[in-house]
Structures are given as structure tokens and as C-alpha cells.
Design a protein around this ligand. Sequence first.
Ligand SMILES: *Cc1c(COP(=O)(O)O)cnc(C)c1O
Length: 413
Amino acid sequence: MLNINPNVIELSKKVEKDIKKEFDNVNEICEYNSLKVLNAFHKHSINEVHFNMTTGYGYGDIGRDTIEEVYATIFNAEDALVRGQFISGTHALTVTLFGLLRPNDTLLSITGKPYDTLEEVIGIVPNDSSLKSFGVNYEQIDLINDDFDYESITKRLQENFVKVIEIQRSKGYSTRKSIVLKNVEKVIQLIKEISPETIVMIDNCYCEFVTTKEPTEVGADIVVGSLIKNLGGGIAPNGAYVVGKKDLIKLVSERLTVPGEGKEVGPSMGMNKQILQGLFMAPSVVSSSLKTAIFASKMLEELGFDVEPKYNDERADIVQNIIFNNPDKLIKYCQGIQEASPIDSNAKPEPWDMPGYTDKIIMAAGAFTQGSSIELSCDGPIRKPYIAYMQGGLTYEYGKIGVMKAISNVIED
Ligand SMILES: *Cc1c(COP(=O)(O)O)cnc(C)c1O
């Protein structure tokens, strides 16, 4: 079956004993977040009527409106925008930035260069529709040793007004570590002391439900993420969310739809049930993804590969890096993940030029939902040091099988 190497199966038995403590911790977080979701469903009295849909303008969509209340409750935030009209996480981040920033305003990233697909949005890579083309300034402060450069941030904020600060928690395709919430909390305190009017915006992709708190609970003004990642639970067919302060959500909603109409329009077109069911599943699906990541981390470490995070590190997101230092091993690993996927298992992924990315990328994803990376998926840019970015796993069992197949491919190479 799947030609998993017997030595890999043998090793997996030992590894699963070694990671028991980490799994117990993941289970505890899952239980807490499940309670959080259930409480929100009860508080807003979710019932069958919320599965109904609207079409056309989407006036009076009580399912959609209640979903947004449920999201606001879970995030401990004033308001939320949860829509299928967002076609991706990047789209939601784009609409948020264009909603908040005006000509001559400054956007400051304090986590170094943002996610690849935002380069043309911001104008780091020239584009006639970028924020820069509208006269929005962009500045960036790099991380130091995977933590914020508190000194440079202080100095910059004392100079003149910064409208929006962006913090990207997950590492994207960089070599840095993802940022744990206590560091986010510390930097937000500093920002608010010096410049209380500066809007702190979080790219929260891959981080939801990894711990028991979300960024809005440590002072973030607005938080953005994708529904084909953690919170969609593998069931939401597309979409993204934005949660935060009411006045900011209004600005974002009027950029997504129409000034003067904002959240009042936007048909749910039959997605309400899937968004609710996905959210209901999300704590458990995120916990499966974390277990798959922990398992992979320990397996590959045992085999002498460089991994980040280590199996027993504190995690900020569901992403597991394997640093292959070798393009062929990276490709073989990704191809193994693809072979063990439920969908498109016969496809053989090859590196290609993807829109929005600079380097060639290899992407393995045999997913029910196109591009869904809460389903087991693995990708990486073909550039040194040839890092695999693996994430997802709707169940731990399928995740484990995928990892064992991918490892078999690499060691037999
Ligand atoms: C996935 C991701 C995004 C958005 O990606 P989409 O593919 O557009 O949904 C943005 N930032 C980070 C850090 C991500 O991981």
C-alpha cells in the first residue's frame, strides 16, 4: 500500500511515543477552542434558519450577519466581515489595506518583507494598481533574531505619524520563525504607548486556534485571515474574514462592496452552512494539522534533517519547515505528499512560475478545495536553502500517512 518504506513505519512507532506530551498539549488547546466556538454558537442562537441563502444584492441575509457576530464573539472583537466575496487571504489583506490607507499615509511593516503576493499590492514590485500608485508610502523594519526591532520601531514612531502597522505572524516563504502571541502583545503595547492612533493590523493566516488566544485579545485593531486555511475547517469552499474595531470594519466593508452600502450587501449564495460547519470543525482540524506537523518535525529530525520548528517548540502557526539544502529532495518530498493525497494523487507536481510569486514554486496539494492549505499540502520556492513549507491535515491519520509517504520518497532517492 502506497509503498511506504518499512524503516519509516518502524521509526514512526518510536516517534509517536516521543511526541505524546506535545499531543496532549494540542488536545487541551483543541478542547478550549471547541468550547469557545460552541459558546459563540449558543450566544447567537444559531439555528437552521441561518443556513438560508440570499442571491443578488444579498439584503437582509440573517445567516451571513449572524456568522459575522459569531466571528466577532470568538475573536473578542467589536465587529467582523466574513465573506465569500473575498477570493483569497491576499484579497482580504488587499481590501483591508486599501480600506484603511489614503494618499500620503504611511504603511509600516514591522515583520520585514510581507508575504510574496503582497509585493505588487503594496508596490514593492511595481504595479499600476498598487497602493504606491495611489500615493501610499511603504516602509519596513526587519526582525532581529526572529523578534521585533523594538528600538527602531520606537524611533520611527517618534518621528512622524504612521497610519497602519502590519504584523505578519506566519513566516510566509521566509526563513524566519513565526511570531508567538506574547511578542505580538509586547510590541502592540509599545506601539500604543507612543502612537495610540496608529492602526495595528495583523495578517493572522495559519495562526487561528493554534493557541487559546487571538490577536484582538492582545490589542490588535484589525485581524485578517483566509477561510481556506484554519477557520474554514476544510469545509468552507472559499472566502476570508476580517475582524476588529467597528469603524475599521466599516471602512473595509465599504471598500469590498460600495461606499454607503458596506456590510448590508453581499449575497451568501448557499455558503452559510459550510462556513458555520467549517468553523465548528476548525479547532479539531487545526489540532490534526498541528499533530501532523509535530510528527513530521520529529520524524525528519530523527533522520538528520534540519527542521523548524522542532517538535517540542512553542508553535505560532500550523506550518512545518524542513530545510532540505537540496532541490531534488524538496521536490521528492512534495511529490510524496501529492501521491498520498485523496484527490489528484496521480498528478506529479513540478516547479512552475506562479502568478504573484518571484521564484519558481513547487506545490503539492491534492485537495477537495482548490488551493486549500488546511488540507495536507506542501510547497516551497526553488531557492536556497530549499525549504519545504508543509501544513494542514484534515485528520491526523491522513496527515501521518502523507508524511510517511513523502519521507519514503526522500530516503529512497
Ligand atoms: C496564505 C497566506 C496569505 C494569503 O494567501 P492566499 O493564498 O491569498 O489566501 C497571506 N499571508 C500569509 C502569511 C499566508 O500564509
